[in-house]
Ligand binder design. Structure first.
Ligand code: FES
Ligand SMILES: [Fe+2]
Length: 374
């Protein structure tokens, strides 16, 4: 993407809105149960179109969504056994993307050398992941760790998100604990303070102190007996390009980000709660019903409020990308630095140096009051 080169020397927030992704990471593209055996579907990672199919053995594969013959979208094709067949002339491609059959060729005729690009693909945590970058780096870059997944004592709620906004806007929303005002009708949280902040080339670690005094406090069992109010520490860890956040040992949220395009982003979130409910309800056949109830009665409402803000921010950015803004949370500035650095360093560094990391002290020389830049 050319834009970031043009924007060098501009404020960091403006550069963050214009950058593309570093493709050398695993990105989530579907919940595992969205792609059934024998099914092929389309997906998009930062304007790269993909055809994703699950073969007869249940293994998921990803190929570029363009047939090497004439460019027809392969996601319109059919799955035959372990192969994908183009809908136009019926050319058949194996899981390595090689053409292994043309229906109108006599058996003895040599097949042309036609190769579709394939992408490393894996399933973990009930999510299908694709590595859109340099294939040789896929094994060096592990998936995010989700230690609570499948562990007894934790109740998992899957939260899908879809936003018409650049991924930097979405990521800033997750890092921004100071927007409790938006959720006041839902009795979210109040009185946030930024306690600690660290940044390096790969991510941002921020700890906030937050108070709860309502529905969330009750749901999570935060308050002491006879009181619903509680003050806790929320730890937010952004490790490019995903998030792991924790409310002490009470809940954890793993937010996996999929940048679809310059103004479209998805998220696949796994929220783990310790609910004060009986075990038969948390792990029995009613668990999936309970997941839907918690999702729809609580967290989707929060998410909808956030979506409105993010999309509103994007609309004004799109109308006037040169408008100036005032950011006072050093954690947001740190996040913008990581997002910009991951993209710009990818362009200028040779591959061997892409893994280097250097500490950058945050906050810089600015005076800080209550965790805010002044
Ligand atoms: S375009 Fe795919 S087989 Fe011809
Ligand atoms: Fe929010």
């Amino acid at each position: 993407m050319e834009a970031s080169a043009v924007l060098k020397g501009q404020p960091i927030y403006r550069r963050a809105r214009a950058v593309g992704i570093n493709p050398n990471y695993w990105y989530p593209i579907f919940w595992a149960d969205q792609v059934r055996s024998g099914e092929v579907v389309s997906a998009q990672i930062w304007d790269t179109s993909l055809a994703v199919y699950r073969d007869a053995q249940g293994i998921v594969h990803t190929v570029e969504d363009a047939c090497p013959h004439k460019g027809v979208e392969l996601h319109r094709g059919e799955v035959h056994g372990n192969n994908l067949v183009c809908p136009y002339h019926g050319w058949e491609f194996d899981s390595q993307g090689s053409c292994v059959g043309i229906p109108y060729f006599p058996k003895e005729q040599k097949l042309p050398c036609a190769q579709a690009r394939t992408y490393p693909t894996q399933e973990a945590y009930g999510i299908i992941w694709v590595f859109p970058g340099a294939v040789e780096l896929a094994e060096q870059h592990p998936l995010p760790e989700v230690p609570q997944y499948g562990q007894p004592g934790w109740f998992m709620v899957r939260i899908p998100g879809h936003f018409q906004a650049h991924f930097s806007i979405c990521n800033e929303n997750t890092m921004d604990v100071f927007h409790g005002f938006l959720h006041k009708d839902l009795q979210g949280w109040y009185d946030p303070k930024l306690l600690n902040l660290k940044q390096d080339d790969h991510g941002v670690a921020a700890d906030y102190q937050v108070s709860y005094d309502g529905f969330l406090s009750k749901l999570l069992g935060l308050g002491k007996k006879g009181s619903d109010s509680a003050t806790r520490t929320v730890s937010i860890r952004y490790r490019y390009p995903h998030y792991a956040t924790a409310l002490e040992s009470v809940s954890s949220l793993y937010l996996m980000r999929l940048p679809v395009g310059p103004q479209e982003t998805k998220s696949f979130s796994l929220l783990f709660l310790k609910l004060p409910l009986p075990q038969w309800l948390l792990s029995g056949p009613l668990a999936r019903v309970l997941e839907k109830v918690i999702l729809n009665t609580v967290f989707i409402k929060f998410l909808h409020q956030d979506v409105e803000m993010m999309e509103s921010e994007q609309r004004n950015y799109s109308i006037d990308p040169k408008r100036n803004y005032v950011e006072v949370n050093p954690a947001i500035i740190a996040l913008q630095r990581v997002i910009v650095g991951q993209y710009e360093n990818l362009e200028k560094l040779p591959k061997s140096q892409q893994e280097t990391s250097k500490e950058s002290p945050i906050p810089p020389s600015q005076e800080v009051s209550n965790g805010m830049l002044v």
